[in-house]
Design a protein around this ligand. Structure first.
Ligand SMILES: [Zn+2]
Length: 336
């Protein structure tokens, strides 16, 4: 059977599940943002490059020398102007449209903020690996005292290290080295950004390779687990997990695959190729192609014959309340 025919059958099956009104969890990875000009470092890489990313993308490496960490690693690989200027592509927008008509939740591994720039409500989104532009404090007090360069005389955990976000840091203002700037990607800073609460060094709000999902409330790991485990309460075949552009190499995808496989729930894999890890899974349907093309195709299947959007799901009053609360949260200042 050819790819197009297989894709079509899998998209129809997924569209029917979405129409049933049961929850479908979307887990999105770097492949979704490729069409927005953001490259996936896991797939294309030479091993030298990926070893560099895995070695330097750790708190351990940060502690060795925070300034070198920013200049040699973070500003070269992540905090770059193209990330901030990137726009959501048709794949992101199609997911947002689906979220208004079907019961879907989105967990993204991407820190590029592209879902946030669509009409997807944040109450339906978890950025489980963090968000570019936000920062957190390294001061976890007694929790990880060993190895921390202690500047703070009070040895208590700083709220910015565990449940608050620092959103007042503008990295371009940290004494840029002469002749370097953010605009052309050459920025080097001469001073490490610091926490407004305790003055310890600040880290980007991103989950590093040696950190746990539970290390900061921003990653909302308990909410993700609730979403994954809520499948237990739904009849077989009525719920599904949709993976988009992910390489299945991180904890959140592994957790979801484990739960779905154990319970015989449908899984869908939107990807440009089938990864070895998931090629043999019985309940995994592969939809091969670019995310910014294939997800709009799914969206179109949920539009009725008159080409008008249709609601397949009506939020409960509790969920309406959540949305209202979200708007109320937004008008409040984010920092102390
Ligand atoms: Zn702090």
């Amino acid at each position: 059977m050819d790819i197009d025919h297989n894709n079509e059958r899998s998209l129809d099956r997924l569209a029917n599940t979405l129409k049933s009104g049961h929850m479908v969890l979307f887990i999105t990875g770097a492949g979704l943002s490729v069409a927005s000009g953001i490259s996936t470092y896991r797939s294309e890489t030479t091993s030298i490059w990926s070893n560099f990313i895995y070695e330097w993308g750790t708190r351990k490496k940060f502690y060795e020398d925070p300034l070198v960490w920013y200049n040699k690693f973070w500003l070269r690989t992540h905090e770059k102007i193209e990330y901030f200027q990137a726009k959501p592509n048709e794949g992101h927008h199609a997911i947002a449209r689906l979220s208004h008509r079907c019961k879907i939740k989105v967990v993204t591994q991407n820190i590029d903020r592209l879902h946030v720039k669509t009409s997807l409500l944040e109450s339906n989104l978890v950025e489980v690996h963090g968000r570019l532009g936000l920062y957190k404090c390294v001061n976890t007090g007694d929790l990880h005292k060993k190895g921390r360069k202690k500047k703070n005389p009070i040895n208590t955990v700083c709220p910015y290290a565990i449940d608050k976000n620092i959103c007042t840091i503008d990295i371009t203002k940290y004494e840029p080295k002469q002749g370097t700037n953010f605009e052309d990607g050459s920025l080097e800073i001469q001073e490490v950004p610091r926490c407004p609460g305790c003055n310890d060094p600040a880290l980007p709000q991103a989950l590093l390779f040696d950190e746990k999902y539970t290390s900061h409330d921003f990653y909302q790991w308990h909410r993700v687990l609730n979403w994954i485990q809520s499948f237990s309460f739904q009849p077989v075949r009525s719920a599904a997990v949709v993976f988009i552009g992910t390489s299945f190499s991180v904890g959140v995808t592994q957790e979801a695959v484990l739960v779905c496989a154990a319970q015989g729930k449908d899984m869908y894999n939107f990807n440009v190729r089938v990864e070895d890890e998931v090629s043999e899974l019985k309940d995994m349907y592969h939809i091969i192609g670019k995310a910014d093309v294939m997800i709009p195709m799914l969206d179109k299947k949920l539009v009725n014959n008159n080409n008008r959007p249709r609601m397949y799901y009506h939020p409960t009053s509790d969920e309406c309340m959540d949305v209202q609360m979200e708007y109320m949260d937004k008008v409040e200042p984010y920092v102390d």
